[in-house]
Design a protein around this ligand. Structure first.
Ligand SMILES: CC(C)(COP(=O)(O)OP(=O)(O)OC[C@H]1O[C@@H](n2cnc3c(N)ncnc32)[C@H](O)[C@@H]1OP(=O)(O)O)[C@@H](O)C(=O)NCCC(=O)NCCS
Length: 345
């Protein structure tokens, strides 16, 4: 084998003999609502300070959707941009997957509402709920359809209107979250490596660390559920923090191991944008250099399933990642759920 044909890294998919089939991200897009809510604004709403929020989380501001702007609207804007960049028409889309914990309504799925808005009437459509890990779960699901030749073009969207489930009287949580959407068009693009591997995990035993109690079959809406604020998300911050760091490090290490990659080979690590201290702790434990870590949570806060999708869009559009670069994405969310993916851009 000549040096030029020596593989640069191991492709874990290769052993499944997909005969040259790859799953590449053909285009990305993101959208955040216009309205910005700063830490100074929050100082007027709850007993908090810009200093506390900045030092404990790294967040300075977040975007908040308008009253008449819903998750499907944010998702549609991000999707149309990703489709334009990928050069894909609505008719070409075979499947739409929307990862969200804030669907427009319990049913029909937000994916169906997006299908209608973008006019992709040939596409199957469903929502996927893995909280903040949803976008990586979605990429992995899309990849399975593409590698198995079931579909050629899949649109994966992470979209959230978290402002609709945040308790604006609870300073422990309301400072953390924001609204937004990110999308990716996945296709078989021969010759490109694309998505190399994705690790997914979950631990339902810790489902009580981060949840919204009411609105489902267990506790349908009643006057009491509303008055006792059960339609808002609740979180055990400290425990969530610890679990996040541990799960993200484990998932990222496993993804790297599968590709036989050392962390130094990764150009850009895109972690879930929940807390700057989580990002730094994960980077530190993986042995990454600070310049490898991508962070934009100071502008957007935690946008759950949209978080790494918005971050990828920014990393690509600002030139932080270039063709051929290796990207490591690592996420964590309610469930608990977690995931990590290695992508050759
Ligand atoms: C929420 C989080 C920022 C809190 O940071 P922390 O360092 O753990 O802070 P603590 O929970 O120890 O709280 C410290 C104090 O600050 C207070 N506090 C909480 N929110 C506050 C706010 N917005 N402003 C001012 N004080 C606040 C607490 O009441 C507590 O006060 P006390 O000591 O008098 O009880 C942090 O735990 C975190 O980021 N957790 C993970 C969250 C996450 O990622 N969730 C999504 C996962 S996908």
């Amino acid at each position: 084998m000549s040096p030029s044909s020596t593989p640069k890294f191991k492709n874990p998919r290769a052993k499944y003999n997909f005969q040259g089939r790859t799953c590449s991200i053909a285009g990305v897009g993101a959208y955040v609502p216009e309205r910005i809510l700063t830490n100074a604004d929050l100082e007027k709403m709850v007993n908090t300070t810009d200093e506390w929020i900045t030092s404990r989380t790294g967040i300075k501001e977040r975007h908040i959707a308008a009253k008449d702007e819903f998750t499907s609207d944010l998702a549609t804007k991000a999707a149309l941009l990703a489709m334009k960049r990928a050069g894909v028409t609505p008719e070409q889309i075979d499947l739409i997957v929307v990862a969200t914990i804030t669907p427009d309504m319990p049913f029909p799925s937000t994916a169906c509402l997006v299908q209608r808005k973008i006019g992709a009437f040939r596409a199957a459509a469903f929502d996927l709920e893995a909280a903040c890990s949803g976008f990586i779960y979605g990429l992995e699901v899309a990849q399975q359809f593409i590698m198995s030749r079931t579909y050629d073009t899949v649109l994966v969207i992470g979209a959230e209107k978290l402002s609709s489930i945040v308790d604006w009287e609870d300073r422990n949580t309301c400072v953390l979250f924001g609204d937004g959407a990110g999308a990716a068009v996945l296709q078989n693009r021969p010759g490109a490596h694309g998505l190399l591997t994705a690790v997914m995990g979950a631990d339902g035993r810790k489902s009580d660390l981060l949840f919204m109690a009411a609105g489902g079959s267990r506790c349908p809406a009643t006057a009491e559920s509303v008055s006792s604020r059960m339609h808002y998300l609740k979180m055990e911050g400290k425990e969530t923090f610890k679990n996040a760091v541990q799960a993200m490090v484990t998932a990222a290490s496993e993804a790297l191991r599968r590709c036989e990659l050392d962390i130094s080979r990764i150009k850009c690590i895109i972690p879930h944008q929940a807390n700057r201290r989580i990002i730094d702790a994960v980077g530190d434990r993986l042995g990454a250099k600070p310049e490898q870590l991508f962070a934009n949570l100071h502008k957007f806060g935690n946008t759950s399933a949209a978080s790494v999708a918005i971050a990828l869009d920014e990393a690509v559009t600002t030139g932080r990642v270039q063709a051929g670069d290796l990207i490591l994405r690592v996420v964590f969310g309610a469930g608990l759920t977690w995931g990590a993916a290695v992508i050759e851009w």
